[in-house]
Design a protein around this ligand. Structure first.
Ligand code: HEM
Length: 507
């Protein structure tokens, strides 16, 4: 067979794309793409800078891995590159910090690592609250400090009392309604938890039921909004957000002067901004909606997981029920003329956290186990971290969960153990005490402002639920919830659910 004959037969058998290689513009195009890829994957190493994660699919690869298995990604990358490294995520380079000691350095140095501009960016990107509004002197000097003060432990009593009143009604009516039935655990926990907190903070007249579906749709896509994806991809959550603000605005529009007195503390505080800084009702409503999100987005799922995870342990809820029952009996012995009701829970809510040590430990364990909190900071001046140079304008992300899943810090970290926090952990790592071993609420200047309320409301929720309902895993259903890791901040949401049999308790 002649060479010519070979050529003739060979060329038509090649894929058409190879045939087109003869077009010079395509060859040049492919060459440029190839060179770009090579230059990204094999960038020269600058040892003064935090090591850069090189992924064979630049831009998208790390984002995909973080979304799929964040624990695996951060553990293996920390092992390979150390506790500080750079990653290019969806076109934006960020510096991740995974060791508690380095995270603590970032938290302590708020001059070099700023949060304020990040807070304004999130306000604009996620909650459609303009940075101009966020920078107003009234907002910075009055509203924010007053809001933080309002939820300090010493000032919590009115909001906790309101929470107990609402949780008491919502949980008892939910237990009565579901008595004897097998239901998804979500339907037992989420609606009463959401109702009780919304009424406590926004007042008894707040249209909780109208707000809930819009909150859920918005919350479901929160991570996509935070990732700053193009707006046209996010029409559903953005539309839900506008509708949530509409609900809150209509509540304020129709609030008479006298009602404002009745409205929850957070509402009264934002209404002061209307008087003092001429905020419009829309601005007040947007601000309140962002607070409604912060109030609900994590706490209701923490309540869910505590029940879901403990029901999957062989001992079930029994030790927690025993503790709450014991506290009730002690209270009844010392208050023989008061019938069991709200007063008991107000007593529990007012005493020190020692009142229900196992329940408190179970809440802390739930937060450790199911949270994934990232604190973001912007570098304000050239600074060194872990021996590497950081540049002005770079973003540092504290990946707090790595401390939660480290066996040296939390022995047998993969196990859910409600007794883990009965004694204050004092873990030692690399010869040093790890004070920030549990960071579900973040830390430093951006640490969750609502953490004291969150701990108190969760304790009350568990105590009321265990007093008035029995909750058992339905043996006829094998479905179990999984942690949905795609949601990247705070308490994770469940994928799937657990079926439970609910009964009103006969006390
Ligand atoms: C289990 C429940 C909760 C968890 C796990 C949680 C977690 C968080 C996290 C991780 C942050 C960001 C921290 C950082 O960037 O370092 C945060 C911020 C915040 N949280 Fe919570 N939170 C919870 C409940 C609440 C509640 C009930 C409220 C309201 C009363 C609340 C109000 C806030 C506010 C206002 C901020 C913003 C703080 C700032 O910008 O300075 N949170 N929370």
């Amino acid at each position: 067979m002649s060479v010519n004959a070979l050529n003739i037969k060979f060329i038509p058998m090649l894929p058409t794309s190879v045939g087109t290689l003869q077009q010079p513009s395509l060859v040049i195009g492919l060459l440029i793409v190839g060179l770009c890829w090579l230059s990204r994957v094999y960038r020269p190493v600058d040892t003064s800078r935090p090591p850069l994660l090189r992924h064979w699919i630049p831009w998208l690869g790390p984002a995909f891995e973080v979304g799929k298995d964040p624990d695996g990604f951060f553990t293996s990358t920390s092992k390979r590159l150390g506790p500080i490294f750079r990653v290019e995520l969806l076109g934006q380079e960020r510096i991740f910090v995974t060791s508690p000691s380095m995270i603590s350095t970032v938290y302590r140095d708020s001059q070099s690592y700023d949060f304020n501009e990040i807070r304004l960016d999130i306000g604009e990107q996620v909650f459609s609250i303009s940075a101009t509004f966020g920078r107003q002197p009234y907002m910075v000097d009055h509203f924010m400090p007053a809001m933080h003060r309002m939820i300090l432990p010493s000032n919590l009593k009115p909001i906790i009392t309101a929470y107990i009143d609402n949780a008491y009604d919502c949980i008892r009516s939910s237990a009565a309604e579901l008595h004897g039935s097998s239901v998804p655990l979500m339907s037992l926990i989420i609606p009463p938890a959401y109702h009780a907190a919304a009424h406590a903070a926004f007042g008894p007249g707040f249209p909780v039921g109208d707000s809930f579906p819009f909150f859920r749709t918005f919350d479901h896509s929160f991570h996509l909004l935070a990732a700053n994806l193009p707006r046209w991809l996010l029409s559903e959550p953005l539309d839900a957000w506008e509708k949530l603000v509409d609900v809150v605005e209509s509540y304020i529009d129709h609030m008479a002067e006298d009602d404002a007195e009745e409205a929850g503390a957070l509402v009264r505080l934002t209404l002061q901004g209307r008087e003092a800084a001429e905020w419009t009702n829309r601005e007040v409503a947007s601000l309140l909606s962002s607070l409604l999100w912060a109030l609900q987005a994590n706490a209701v799922f923490a309540a869910y997981w505590l029940f879901a995870l403990q029901l999957q342990q062989s001992e079930g809820l029994a030790p927690l029920i025993a503790e709450v029952d014991n506290a009730r009996r002690l209270w009844q012995d010392t208050h023989p003329s008061t019938s069991l009701g709200r007063e008991f829970f107000k007593f529990l809510g007012s005493s020190s956290s020692n009142a229900l040590p196992l329940v408190t430990s179970a809440i802390r364990e739930t937060l450790r186990y199911t949270s994934q909190s990232y604190s973001i900071r912007r570098v304000m001046k050239p600074v060194q971290l872990g021996g590497y140079d950081l540049r002005v304008g770079e973003e540092v992300v504290c990946a707090t969960r790595q401390a939660h899943i480290d066996d040296e810090i939390h022995p047998n970290a993969a196990a859910f153990d409600i007794r883990r926090y009965l004694e204050a952990p004092k873990p030692i790592k690399d010869g040093r005490l790890v004070a920030n071993h549990s960071m579900a609420f973040g830390g430093g200047v951006s640490m969750c402002a609502g953490r004291h309320f969150a701990m108190a409301e969760l304790k009350m929720f568990v105590a009321v639920m265990l007093t008035y309902a029995t909750v058992e895993a339905d043996p006829s259903s094998s479905s179990r919830p999984e942690i949905q890791w795609e949601r990247k901040q705070g308490i994770m949401q469940p994928k799937g659910d657990l079926k439970v049999i609910v009964r009103k308790r006969q006390l």
